[in-house]
Write a protein that binds this ligand. Structure first.
Ligand SMILES: [Zn+2]
Length: 121
């Protein structure tokens, strides 16, 4: 990464007579000391400027990748599924196996879960 060595500043002046606006560089202001308005040809003197400081504020924060939304969020089980898990456990199935079977199958009733689980073995 590189940093700027200088910044160009344009000074905006407004003609006191016709209100036309003119951009001048600091160099022009220093060298010419005044300007002739291009609109009304009035000569205006610039108030002397010794220096204009432009200090860049460098970003310290590195660009971060957008925060990933949590996808492995625990899925809230329906009451039927919760009951089906307990029913399968009470029938002697392991709690881990029961939970796995219920969460990976879609049935409407506890009986269907049990029937399917029993058929599966
Ligand atoms: Zn003017």
């Amino acid at each position: 990464m590189i940093r700027p060595i200088s910044a160009e500043v344009y000074l905006k002046y407004r003609c006191a007579k016709c209100h036309c606006e003119w951009d001048k560089t600091l160099k022009e202001v220093k060298l010419l000391g005044g300007m002739i308005c291009g609109g009304c040809e009035t000569y205006s003197k610039f108030e002397p400027i010794s220096e204009i400081r432009v200090t860049p504020i460098f970003s310290t924060e590195t660009v971060k990748a957008p925060k990933q939304t949590q996808t492995n969020k625990q899925v809230e089980l329906s009451d039927v599924k919760k009951d089906a898990i307990s029913a399968l456990i009470s029938l002697g199935c392991g709690s881990k196996e029961s939970r796995e079977f219920v969460t990976t199958h879609e049935y409407d009733t506890i009986e269907e879960y049990i029937t399917a689980a029993v058929k599966k073995g």
